[in-house]
Design a binder for this molecule. Sequence first.
Ligand code: TRP
Length: 341
Amino acid sequence: MTRVFSGIQPTGHLTLGNYLGAMRRWAEVDQHRADSLFCVVDLHALTVDHDPARVRRLSRQTATLLLASGLDPEVCTVFLQSHVDEHARLSYLLECVATDGEMRRMIQYKEKAAKERARGRSVRLSLLTYPVLMAADILAYGTEEVPVGEDQAQHVELARDVAVRFNQRYGHTFVVPRTTLPQVAARVMNLQDPRRKMGKSDDSGAGVVYLLDEPDVVRKKVLRAVTDSGREVVYDRAERPGIANLLDILAACTGGNPESLAAVYDSYGSLKKDTAEAVVEVLRPVQARHRELCADPVYVEEVLRDGAEKARASARPTVDAAYRAIGLLPPVTEPSLSAVR
Ligand code: TRP
């Protein structure tokens, strides 16, 4: 069965964009067609200025929401990155294969580093090496497919390069992974700035629908979405990004098609109203399941413990093989014959 791995950072509250763009597909499609692992990549949350208590809270919440969105621990593996040492173990080896030039070329590094500097903060070394840790996440599990958004494609490409290079130098050790972009790209944009992705780390919540927003908050945010000048409802991502975003969201929520939905509406107001209700309906079962899971924290902890155990068992042989291949002696577990003699 195909091995699938994806990760999500606990750096903010999960959004409608995370759900429609990735999580829903993991739950509805990927976990059933593949042997898949979904990881809350908490180590990655430490690459920029962070608050320990917040990372703890968001790690638990992100894991709970993955389960609430339909990931079934009987079918796939859900776990926290920091619970499986193999990620950090392998990351160091891959640092010995990747180059500093490769790291500095990463678009996300350049953007995030510039942001940190603009805020007068220093840039953590881990921000630079983060793509290597991500490569380790992927390669430790023999991953074939990595379902991520466009913005992560460069990092998966790096994981491929590093895998190929390691295999050439030290002998075949890693499966070479590839990105799978969702066919129907439900790319949800910020409601207040529809040229920007609806990101969980955004500073302002006004344009961002969070998975745990109350129905009335969802309605308010959607009804206040910025629209474009003009009146008729047409689907035009370049010229009418605000309306296109609403049509995309409505289509993703109702299973329709944004172009044909555009023909149904003759005013922005009615489009907004229907979109708001569609979002509320899509979030309803996720929120209900989330409430149930929060009432049973022991269950969630058990799922994460079992998930980490399964993940560890799967990663261990590959990471051990990489240690041997690169030239590290295996630890001696029993007195060797030479010592006895
Ligand atoms: N870097 C990814 C993001 O910011 C998260 C991530 C970390 C990831 N490790 C991964 C995604 C491995 C896929 C596979 O969204």
